[in-house]
Ligand binder design. Structure first.
Ligand code: F6P
Length: 320
């Protein structure tokens, strides 16, 4: 292989820059040049090519977001869009593509392989951490820490004013951020889409806690489980306690990546480039504990990543 491409696609995640840097420098180390495309698959279709060398990826390791920008491409979901994308990749003499992104982006990579035989390698980049085949996806740790900082700050004021706070974190379809940040922040309740909950029971618990003298609580809700405003209204109506809501939103996706995310991204980016250059294709790199692994994309995309039951149990015990 002489030339490979790289994109970041879907929701951005802190650490994507470190992953781009690793792809580029690992490839250059093997005598392979790299072309980036801005705006993910959309940028490939529109031929937004950007040659990348060691210097162009300098100074980005500490930056959140992605220097290549990102997008969710509707055109790429059409057959014609994918045809055009492969045409552009071939026009640039590219022999493989590294795709850094979440579930939808990895599905796109698999299409390129299955429909055109184009060599691809996936790198899991998503704050949601909902991708199978890896214990961690790039950006999750930073997002959890951003949410945690907000929770810690809110706890101070919740205590002072003896209020209930409902904090909504990201996670459309899953509660990985909610569970991790909730555990670390000592939340009194964690509501996630994967597990049914009773708001009435939560209200009863809070009333009992108030009798014992505990008059402030933090409830963490994943956006896919309920809206913070609805939970807040329900609590006020059914307990008579004063409550406030806070939606953390996109602040969880920005900011400088943690050391954990940077090192994870460097390891995964370098592994992806090396495997692609060595002739492997249609895989996603990941970590299993501290070990680097690589799994077929078809396996990764057909397996659902489950919430850790031990952590769920722990959350219940700690909330008592
Ligand atoms: O997948 C990452 C994520 O941040 C989800 O947690 C969230 O639901 C979604 O993206 C938000 O998407 P957008 O940036 O398009 O509003």
């Amino acid at each position: 292989m002489k030339r490979i491409g790289v994109i970041t696609s879907g929701g951005d995640a802190p650490g994507m820059n470190a992953a781009i840097r690793a792809v580029v420098r690992a490839a250059i180390g093997r005598g392979v040049s790299v072309v980036g495309f801005t705006h993910g698959y959309e940028g490939i279709i529109d031929d937004e090519a950007m040659p990348l060398d060691s210097v162009s990826v300098g100074g980005i390791i500490s930056r959140g977001g992605t220097m290549l920008r990102s997008a969710r491409s509707k055109t790429f979901m059409t057959e014609d869009g994918r045809d055009r994308a492969v045409g552009v990749l071939r026009k640039h003499g590219l022999e493989g593509l590294v795709v850094i992104g979440g579930d939808g982006s990895l599905r796109g990579a698999l299409c390129l392989h299955d429909e055109f035989g184009f060599p691809v390698m996936g790198v899991p980049g998503s704050i949601d951490n909902d991708i199978s085949g890896t214990d961690f996806s790039i950006g999750f740790d930073t997002a959890v820490n951003a949410a945690l900082e907000a929770i810690d700050r809110v706890r101070d004021t919740a205590y002072s004013h003896e209020r209930i706070f409902v904090i909504e974190v990201m996670g459309r379809h899953n509660g990985f951020i909610a569970l991790e940040a909730g555990l670390a922040g000592g939340a009194e309740a964690i509501l996630i889409p994967e597990v049914p909950y009773s708001l009435m029971e939560i209200c009863t618990d809070m009333k009992r806690a108030a009798v014992r003298g505990k008059k402030s609580s933090i409830i963490i809700v994943a956006e896919g489980a309920a809206r913070a405003s609805d939970i807040k209204d329900f609590i006020e109506k059914n307990t008579g306690f004063e409550a406030r809501q806070l939606v953390l939103g996109h602040m969880q996706r920005g900011g400088s990546p943690t050391a954990f995310d940077r090192v994870l991204a460097l390891r995964l980016g370098a592994l992806a480039a090396n495997r692609l250059i060595s002739g492997y294709t249609a895989e996603m790199v990941g970590v299993d504990g501290v070990k680097l692994v690589s799994h077929p994309l078809s396996y990764v995309l057909s397996t659902e990543r489950a919430i850790d039951p031990e952590k769920l149990l722990l959350a219940g015990v700690m909330a008592q």
